[in-house]
Design a protein around this ligand. Structure first.
Ligand code: M6R
Length: 536
C-alpha cells in the first residue's frame, strides 16, 4: 500500500470498514476533507481504527445506508472532496461491487463470467482485453456477469466497450529475476518497435500515422512546450536539446506539478507535448487541462492506449514499449527519447534540414537496437563495478548537453531503487557549490558520451580527482584521455551526440540495478513509490 495518510502498516492497509464491519472499501486517491467528515461521523458514534482518509468513506456510506447500497453511495459521494477511485462491498449484497471514480482513472475489465476493476488495465490484461473506461463521476454496479453504469445525475448510461492491445497481456517475468531486469533487457526490441514503420529512408525523414495535425499546422509551430513528470520529464529534457538543435524551434520543458499552478503564458503557435508512460499521472493531466483552456494543441506521447491522457490530447504517439511493470521506468524512457528523436527529425526536415543530414540521423537511430544490445552484453562488467560501489551512501551523476538530462535520469534510477542519495548535475555547475560535497566517500558517475563537450567534462573530472573523489566513467569506446582520471570505465558503443542518451542510460540503469541488488532492495516495488501516480 502506498500511504497518503498514516504509516504504511497493517492497520492503515485497505480494505477499510465501517464501525459494524458491514461495508468494505478500497480507495485510490485522496479525500481532502477527511478531517471534517471524520469529526462529524465520530459525533454520530462512528468508531475509527486507522489514520487513513479512506476510512471516512466506509463510515459515510454506512451512515446513509438504509437497504439501498447504490442510493447510499449516490448520497455520500457528493460530500467527498478530492480525487478518488473507490470500490466497495456490503455484507447484505455479497454478489456486487460498486465502483466510482472522480478525477482518477478506473477501468472495468469484462471477462467470461468474471469482471475486474483496476486503476490500470495491466492488472487484469492477462484475463481479458475487453474494457470499459469509467467517465468522471460515473458509478458502476458490477456483478460477475453484469455491468450497470450510472452518470452523475444517476441516469443509466450505455457502456462503450474497448479492446486493449494484444501486447498489453505480455506481463510474464520469463527467466528474469525481476520485471525491472526483464524490461531493461527488452530495450533492443522496444526501441525497434518505436521505430517500426515510422521512417522514410528515401527522404531522410519520419512520420507518424497517429498524428492528426496537418502539415501546415506543424509548419506553423513557433514554440514547443513539454510537460511531464519524473523520468518522462527527463526524456522531455533530452528532447528539448534535440528539437532546438535539429529543428531550431525554441523549447520550454516544465515539470507538470509546478506548471499546473502557474498562470501560464502560451503564445500563439505553441505546440504542447505531454509525455507520460502511464497516461494517468494526475499532475500531467491537470497541466494538460489547464493548457487546453488556453486553446493550445496537445500532442501526447504515451505508452498506454485508452489512458486518460490519450483521451484528453488532440493527438497521440504511442511508444509501443509493451507493459512496463517495474515501478522504475526503464524501457519507456528510451522509447520516449526515440519517439521524440523521430519527431524532431520530422519537424527539422519540414524546415531547413537537408535530406542527407536526415538520412545520417536515421542511420544513427536504426543502429540503436544493436548498440543497446552491446551494452546489455556487458552487464556482467557493470555488475562487478556495482558490487565495488554498492556501499557508498552518496553519488553524483555529471554530464553536459545531452548528458545532463541523462545524468538526472541516472541519478533518479539509483535513488529510487537503491535508496542511495544521488544527484544529477550539469558538470559545469559543480564549481558553483556542489563540489564542496566531493570527497573519497562520494563517487561520481561521469557521463562522457558527448563529443562536443568531452574536453570540458575532462577538466571537471580532474577537479573531482583533485578532491579525492572516485570517478566511474561511462564513455564511448576509443575515447582517449580518461584512463588517468577514471577509477572505472564502462565502455559503450559510439553514436552521434544527439542519440548518446540511449546507450548511456542503459549503462546507468544496469549500474543502479546491480547496486540495488547488492543492497538487497526490493527492485520492482521500491518503498514509498507507486507505478502510476494518479494523485497530486
Ligand atoms: O507515467 P508517467 O511517465 O507520467 O510517470 C511519471 C513519473 O511518475 C515516473 O516517471 C517516475 O518518476 C518513475 N518512477 C521513474 O522511474
Amino acid at each position: 500500500r502506498w500511504a497518503t495518510h498514516g504509516k504504511p502498516n497493517k492497520v492503515n492497509a485497505h480494505p477499510h470498514f465501517d464501525t459494524h464491519h458491514t461495508l468494505a472499501v478500497v480507495h485510490n486517491g485522496i479525500i481532502e476533507n477527511h478531517d471534517a467528515l471524520r469529526r462529524d461521523l465520530k459525533e454520530k458514534g462512528a468508531i475509527f481504527v486507522s489514520d487513513t482518509d479512506t476510512e471516512v468513506i466506509a463510515h459515510l456510506i454506512a451512515d446513509f445506508y438504509q437497504g439501498d447500497l447504490l442510493k447510499a453511495v449516490q448520497q455520500a459521494v457528493p460530500l467527498l472532496k478530492g480525487a478518488f477511485a473507490i470500490a466497495l462491498m456490503h455484507r447484505e449484497h455479497p454478489d456486487q461491487i460498486i465502483a466510482i471514480a472522480h478525477e482518477t482513472p478506473l477501468i472495468v475489465g469484462i471477462g467470461q463470467d468474471e469482471t475486474f476493476i483496476s486503476s490500470d488495465a495491466n492488472a487484469f490484461s492477462q484475463y481479458t482485453k475487453e474494457v470499459v473506461y469509467l467517465n468522471n463521476d460515473e458509478i458502476a454496479v458490477i456483478k460477475a456477469n453484469k455491468l450497470d453504469v450510472y452518470d452523475v445525475h444517476n441516469k443509466p448510461v450505455a457502456v462503450e466497450r474497448h479492446r486493449i492491445s494484444e501486447t498489453s497481456g505480455d506481463i510474464a517475468k520469463g527467466h528474469f529475476e525481476t520485471y525491472t531486469l526483464k524490461e531493461i533487457h527488452e530495450q533492443p526490441r522496444s526501441i525497434h518497435n518505436a521505430l517500426l514503420s515510422r521512417t522514410v529512408e528515401d527522404y531522410g525523414t519520419a512520420f507518424f500515422d497517429e498524428i492528426d495535425f496537418d502539415h501546415n499546422e506543424l509548419l506553423a509551430v513557433k514554440r514547443i512546450l513539454i510537460l511531464a513528470c519524473g523520468t518522462s520529464w527527463h526524456a522531455g529534457y533530452v528532447a528539448s536539446y534535440l528539437i532546438e538543435d535539429m529543428a531550431r524551434i525554441p523549447v520550454q520543458v516544465e515539470i507538470s506539478s509546478e506548471y499546473r499552478y502557474k498562470n501560464p503564458i502560451v503564445p500563439p503557435d505553441t505546440l504542447v507535448i505531454a509525455i507520460s508512460q502511464s497516461g494517468e499521472t494526475a499532475d500531467t493531466i491537470a497541466a494538460v487541462k489547464e493548457i487546453k483552456a488556453k486553446a493550445a494543441k496537445v500532442l501526447a506521447i504515451c505508452n498506454v492506449q485508452g489512458s486518460t491522457l490519450t483521451r484528453e490530447a488532440d493527438a497521440c504517439i504511442f511508444l509501443r514499449a509493451g507493459p512496463e511493470i517495474g515501478v522504475c521506468s526503464t524501457k519507456a524512457f528510451t522509447s520516449q527519447v526515440v519517439v521524440l528523436a523521430l519527431f524532431s527529425l520530422m519537424m527539422a526536415r519540414m524546415r531547413h534540414m537537408s535530406k542527407q543530414e536526415g538520412q545520417a540521423f536515421l542511420e544513427g537511430l536504426q543502429t540503436l537496437p544493436e548498440k543497446v544490445q552491446q551494452v546489455l552484453d556487458n552487464s556482467y562488467l557493470i555488475e562487478e563495478i556495482a558490487k565495488k560501489y554498492a556501499h557508498y551512501q552518496n553519488f553524483f551523476f555529471l554530464g553536459r548537453r545531452y548528458m545532463y538530462p541523462t545524468s538526472l535520469e541516472g541519478a533518479l534510477k539509483l535513488k529510487e531503487i537503491s535508496y542511495i542519495n544521488a544527484n544529477g548535475y550539469p558538470a559545469g555547475e559543480m564549481k558553483h557549490g556542489p563540489i564542496a560535497l566531493i570527497n573519497e566517500d562520494c563517487p561520481t558517475v561521469a557521463l562522457c558520451a558527448n563529443k562536443f563537450t568531452f574536453e570540458k567534462l575532462l577538466s571537471n573530472l580532474m577537479e573531482i580527482k583533485a578532491r579525492n573523489g572516485k570517478v566511474i566513467a561511462i564513455a564511448e569506446q576509443d575515447e582517449k584521455g580518461l584512463q588517468n582520471i577514471a577509477d572505472e570505465i564502462i565502455w559503450i558503443p559510439p553514436t552521434i551526440d544527439e542519440l548518446a542518451a540511449i546507450p548511456s542510460t542503459i549503462a546507468t540503469q544496469l549500474l543502479a540495478y546491480y547496486i540495488a541488488k547488492e543492497r538487497g532492495a526490493d527492485i520492482d516495488q521500491p518503498r514509498n513509490l507507486a507505478k502510476s501516480v494518479t494523485v497530486e
